[in-house]
Write a protein that binds this ligand. Sequence first.
Ligand SMILES: O=C(O)CCC(=O)C(=O)O
Length: 278
Amino acid sequence: MESEIKEVKSTETLATAIYEEGWCLIEDVVPEDRIEPIKTELTTMGQGETENKPFTRVTNGITNYCASSINYSQSFAEYLAHPRVVDLVGKLFGPHFRVCATSTTNNIPGGSRKEWHGDQPFAGNYAGHIESPYPDVNIMTLTTIWMFSSFSEDNGGTHIRPRSHKLDTNPSYGAKPSFDPYPDEIQVTGPAGSVLLFDSRLWHAGGANKTDEPRISLVARYAPWWMNQNIYIPESIEQKIVNDDHKQRVISYPSMPLEVYEKLPEVAKPLFRHSVRV
Ligand SMILES: O=C(O)CCC(=O)C(=O)O
């Protein structure tokens, strides 16, 4: 029997894809036997937790959004520090980077197509964004979407516009949300266990889920040490200042309790030590 030999792209090739196309995909990051257990945790996390209530959305018994998911499950943490991922992030940001946000994004059955946007600090309809037209900067944050279900066209694989990270704005800066398809958009598909990585400026939108199964994923954003993330910490001075301006939507990522940090695998601790609540 012939076995398929998959090409493993070098870190340089992946970094070039991020710089030029805005995105890349790495397959086989989460081992097959870990996918189902983590997927189960992601669908149930945060439910009934009073403290996390404002940051969790549950539909039909499935958690479809949970901010700072790492505080509820640490089972995926070692993969955030997978050598292929950290080599690439290190190439993009230098040695001192961190994971600045984690969240579940579970695309529920029947869910419609989501709006186009960039991620923080390029999410124009959220507080803490850089004004548009934004300056021509190097990559500032990297969004990663971890597939715990296979992503297909039917279950709403992420829509992206390749090379849109080179533009100086995105539709989240508009007066109204934008859902319309673009002729140059593509839909990213991949097997469970893969990770989609992109410059957070890349225009992207979750797809419509036309199946009867949820599409389970985890989003983690990586940032260099110099990116100020304080605005996303509930009750921070920065968030309070922005809250006084009622025009802006605030997004929060609760920081990490010390006891959670202590449970992290050693390889993942450097990614989260900045966010420990003391
Ligand atoms: O779920 C997806 O496919 C996209 C997620 C997304 O847009 C985001 O987390 O910013």
